[in-house]
Design a protein around this ligand. Structure first.
Ligand SMILES: *Cc1c(COP(=O)(O)O)cnc(C)c1O
Length: 442
């Protein structure tokens, strides 16, 4: 069985019509080409699009500020004093946590430092941190500086797990073996949830299990995982996690960040931490007394009063996730990204060679929305031509294009259009004459 691009479009349009989430696309502003038609935006892994609802919620807070001034802290619903609270419940649902295990505050790297102050307490014997090789640079710098802060040498205190030679992604058994190997000297396993470069989704439950077996804490940076893949942080026994809100969560550039602290730690008053007044017991905070007494739960790590404007944008974004539901999003995502992967393989088949190598795992259980595609020839030029054709994706040196069709606002038709544009750039296809094997589209 064969199929041509016209038929692929028809199939994609049919899937879009059947998509229970299709109306969510209308809730976002879509960047446009000069002719006024929407670009193909596959960059939600880097900066998610703006929900229209952000206008309303941010607008309300601007209005409150304009009309009430300082009284906004205690007037209105929710008052600024409590604003972070309405973010807890939807956040807890999104990451599989109890509401008191999460808090929204600060920005990602700041929160990573705050968590490491509490959970990286090295001793002469147990001082190592294990992480994935080529982690996001901010995480590398954070870890390096924490190790130095405690007087250790990053060369010996940071252990990295790397892909085997000729491979691009990590094997679970290698992560586990490295944990067992450093057992007694390991203080903390700090991993990404989904790797920013390769798109690999790690098995967090198994990483936690191995870390706990050797007596180490397990913490995660979920920047590329939250809003992308289903999470069960509480059930998996994760010690702590942090994430940002501007990638898959669509809460705007520089948006606020989330923190998870498992309840078995969250109420431990004695856990060392950096403190600020907003983490102080709410009932007596305004007595302004000496001597820090933390709130119960993750809220006890708050430093400063709430960042109301970023919180308002985040509120809008979380509300959309609540309505769409992570289960439905994930189901669509598997199909959408699978469709893209199949079309890329079809282009390779058309070329008779692997011009486009997908380095992201093929197993849907090991990836989220994102596919990282290594381009064999003239990658940067191909990328630039995609941009010119109205595709927004990103380039990672030396030869990788990251593509993230997201289930909230991308469509199957866009995936088909993208494949056609890419096929044209590579001189592989025309609309009606070139056929692919039908098996790819089952
Ligand atoms: C996006 C990202 C960051 C960015 O950190 P900010 O503090 O928000 O600038 C850090 N770590 C990872 C893994 C990321 O993907």
């Amino acid at each position: 069985m064969h199929i041509n691009f016209e038929q692929i479009y028809q199939l994609a349009q049919q899937w879009d019509q059947e998509d229970p989430l299709r109306s969510f696309r209308n809730e976002f502003y879509l960047p446009q080409k000069s002719d006024g038609t929407p670009k193909i935006y596959f960059c939600g892994n880097s900066l998610g699009l703006q929900p229209k609802l952000v206008d309303k919620y941010v607008g309300e807070e601007l209005h409150r500020w304009a009309t009430l001034g300082v009284e906004g802290h205690f007037k209105g619903n929710p008052a600024w004093f409590n604003y972070h609270r309405i973010l807890q419940e939807p956040t807890a649902k999104l990451v599989g946590a109890l509401p008191h295990e999460v808090v929204i505050m600060n920005t990602l790297t700041v929160n990573l430092h705050l968590m490491m102050i509490s959970f990286y307490r090295p001793t002469a014997k147990r001082y190592k941190i294990l992480m994935e090789s080529s982690a996001f640079p901010s995480d590398q710098y954070a870890v390096e500086s924490q190790v130095k802060l405690h007087g250790f040498d990053p060369e010996t205190a940071i252990v990295e797990v790397a892909p085997r030679s000729g491979e691009f992604t990590l094997r679970m058994e290698d992560i586990q073996q490295t944990i067992y190997k450093h057992a007694d000297s390991l203080a903390l396993v700090l991993f990404g949830g989904v790797h920013y470069y390769t798109g690999q989704w790690f098995n967090l439950a198994q990483i936690v299990e191995a870390a706990h077996q050797v007596g180490a804490y397990a913490g995660f940076d979920l920047a590329h995982a939250v809003g992308n893949v289903p999470l069960q942080l509480h059930a998996w026994g994760v010690d702590f996690a942090v994430w940002c809100s501007y990638k898959y969560l669509n809460s705007g550039p520089g948006g606020t960040s989330g923190v998870f602290v498992h309840e078995r730690h969250a109420s431990k008053q004695e856990l060392p931490r950096l403190a600020g007044w907003w983490g102080y017991k709410e009932e007596t905070r305004f007595l302004m007394k000496k001597g820090f007494e933390p709130m119960q739960g993750a809220q006890g790590w708050q430093l400063s009063c709430g960042q109301i404007l970023p919180f308002a944008a985040h509120r809008a974004a979380l509300e959309i996730f609540q309505r769409a539901g992570m289960e439905r999003l994930r189901a669509k995502s598997v199909k959408l990204t699978g469709f893209l992967a199949n079309l890329i393989q079809a282009l390779n088949q058309q070329a008779g060679q692997e011009l486009l190598r997908i380095i992201t795992p093929a197993d849907p259980e090991q990836r989220g929305c994102q596919l990282s595609v290594m381009v064999k020839h003239n990658g940067k030029q191909v990328f630039n031509q995609l941009l010119e054709a109205g595709v927004v994706c990103d380039w990672r040196e030396p030869d990788v294009i990251r593509l993230a069709p997201v289930p909230l606002y991308n469509t199957f038709e866009e995936v088909a259009q993208f494949a056609y544009i890419l096929g044209r750039i590579l001189n592989l296809v025309t609309k009606s004459t070139i056929f692919f094997r039908f098996a790819f589209f089952n």
